[in-house]
Design a protein around this ligand. Structure first.
Ligand code: NAI
Length: 344
């Protein structure tokens, strides 16, 4: 089996080589992202393996199908970059639903702690033997209220971490899971109540039509003054212009971002020698109370191993015609749950 592997980074290869060899799959690594112009590279391959910023729209799906490709193996959990409706009945799409919820949740807390305790500023100062503490005053997380939007795998781990810090948790989810509730310490509330009462709001829901710009000007208006927004989920959950306006008006106390709605042409690449054309991002990064990492939350050794192993197992299972819980369906979400016979 030969798979065209798009948007390759050096840290992808060791684990994919390891599991590819183990399961008899040969990966051809392309640095370029998958889009209409690069789909041709997959000619002669059995499938494509893609990441968060590859484009799998109708035109790309048509090109892949013309070349006889039947499989798109996402090596990530989110699938907002795939036109799932158009893919239905044409090409099979698999994902890695969980590779390390700990990696993402721990990164969310790392960003939050950095912001709250100014460790990023202290690090730079001490490198210059500047041991002044002026401007480094933080606040205790203990006793604060964190609003967690999306209480799936990552949200749950993040809630546990926050509880370890002695924080109170307000949760919101379209499909609540009562197992996380614990009296007043962790309880589900409506979104407005979460917005109005949270000192920190952390986003852990997927990007869908429902959640696009979930945090917009109206939501920010409802939030507490000084609220800290943490987003390790998907950039377009936040209306960035509204976020900037909230920071400028001092309504938002700080933003901790691992994702950005226009990240696809910028993140995962070294842009340090280029003129930054994206004024919104430039303005965001210039803010002293914004911490930005470039979609790094997943990047741990454990997660990379799990991503490679599950992706390879998805590919092998597909070619062996085995039912797979990681196959996605536009109509019923996950093929294994299909009750209406609409899946392939
Ligand atoms: P999950 O599927 O386990 O949990 C998502 C939760 O969001 C579910 O409980 C679901 O009911 C809830 N949800 C769905 N629609 C909602 C809505 N309209 N309003 C409120 N809640 C809603 O997913 P998981 O593994 O926890 O991942 C969450 C997100 O994290 C992914 O969708 C992905 O975008 C992001 N992610 C980011 C990574 C990074 O490196 N920054 C790495 C992995 C995931």
């Amino acid at each position: 089996m030969r798979i065209a592997f798009y948007d390759t980074k050096p840290y992808d290869r060791p684990s994919f080589d390891k599991y590819g060899e183990k399961y008899g799959i040969k990966f051809k690594y392309f640095e370029t992202k998958l889009n209409e112009d690069t789909a041709e590279l997959a000619k002669g391959f059995d499938g494509v393996c893609v990441f968060v910023n590859d484009t799998v729209n109708a035109a790309v799906i048509d090109k892949l199908c013309e070349m006889g490709i039947k499989l798109v193996a996402l090596r990530c959990a989110g699938f907002n970059n795939i036109d799932m409706k158009y893919a239905h009945g044409k090409i099979h799409v698999f994902r890695v639903p969980a590779y390390s919820p700990y990696a993402v949740a721990e990164h969310a807390m790392a960003l939050l702690l950095t912001s709250v305790r100014r460790t990023h500023k202290a690090y730079i100062r001490s490198k210059d033997f500047n041991f002044s503490l002026n401007g480094l005053t933080g606040f205790d997380l203990h006793g604060k209220t964190v609003g967690v939007i999306g209480t799936g795998k990552i949200g749950k781990v993040f809630i546990n971490i926050c509880r370890g810090f002695g924080m109170k948790v307000l949760a919101y989810d379209k499909f609540p899971s009562n197992e996380i509730c614990d009296g007043d310490a962790v309880k589900y509330v409506e979104l407005d109540e979460l917005l109005q009462n949270s000192d920190i709001i952390s986003l852990h829901c997927p990007l869908t039509d429902d959640t696009h710009h979930l945090i917009d000007g109206t939501a920010i208006e409802k939030a507490k003054k000084g609220v800290i927004i943490v987003n390790t989920s998907r950039g377009a959950l936040i209306d960035t212009e509204a976020l900037l306006a909230g920071i400028k008006s001092r309504k938002i106390g700080a933003a901790c971002l691992d994702v950005y709605e226009e990240e696809s042409d910028l993140f995962f690449e070294d842009n340090s020698n280029r003129i930054m054309e994206d004024d919104t991002l430039a303005r965001l990064i210039s803010m002293p109370n914004v911490i930005l990492s470039a979609h790094q939350a997943f990047l741990t050794e454990e997660a990379l191993e799990n991503i490679a192993e599950t992706t390879v197992q998805n590919i092998v299972g597909f070619f062996e015609n085995k039912p797979c819980p990681n196959e996605l369906c536009y109509y019923c979400g996950f093929v294994q749950d299909c009750k209406n016979g609409k899946c392939f």
